[in-house]
Design a protein around this ligand. Sequence first.
Ligand code: ADP
Ligand code: ADP
Length: 224
Amino acid sequence: KGVIRLEALTRSYGATTAVDGVDLTVRAGELVTLVGPSGSGKSTILRLIAGLDRPDSGRVLVDGADVAGMPPHRRAVAMVFQDYALFPHLTVLGNLTFGPRVRRVRRAEADRRARQAAQRLGIADLLDRYPDQMSGGQRQRVALARALLRDPSVYLLDEPLASLDAPLRFATRADLLTLHRELRTTAIHVTHDQHEAMTLGDRVVVLAEGRIRQVGAPQQVYDE
Ligand code: ADP
Ligand code: ADP
């Protein structure tokens, strides 16, 4: 569960070809880091995998199914954004139970799962806080807990550490790795930080101008 295949994936915006014929297979349980300069097409690839955007040509298969033809509730991916995308007017508990409640999970059950996810990410004592009463690192943990609650077969992480200062980024990266080892769920982690790419993934995919320039184990890619 959680195999991603990109086949000749292409997406243009006007005259800009954001993603230009990308082929890639991500194995079940693998953690792939997508690295490249700003504007190289990383976010576009994530949005195409999430089904938030459509390719001009080529396709994205998750476990053999084309995400373009899949209704949103069937897509087994969870996306985590750099800016957390929390609801500002809801507490942590409210943010964590919102999605499950929309999916008609009962209040008591939604609360129970939310507390469990919060426990796992070390934010169990913050359930009554609002987003503006927390640090960037704490907010990102809420965003991760919310992703966890979807129980996805694929996690898509769009620079989740980018807004954090250096020490917090280091700590949160370590927690992300621990979480990944526990869950063994397929994940694609986007970053423009080479050091992060070196220390995070099973494989690194280097993008430039919408094309894959290099794919390999972190050591292999950076020795070249
Ligand atoms: P990255 O995530 O690597 O910074 P993006 O995927 O965001 O790169 O962008 C790749 C290219 O596509 C950039 O040139 C960007 O300006 C362009 N682009 C991305 N999204 C849009 C959009 N919605 N409308 C117009 N251009 C876009
Ligand atoms: P779900 O698991 O159903 O995606 P979420 O809690 O992640 O539950 O979000 C529910 C919906 O609200 C999703 O479509 C999500 O994109 C959207 N959403 C989440 N946070 C925000 C936000 N801060 N602003 C606007 N929309 C949001």
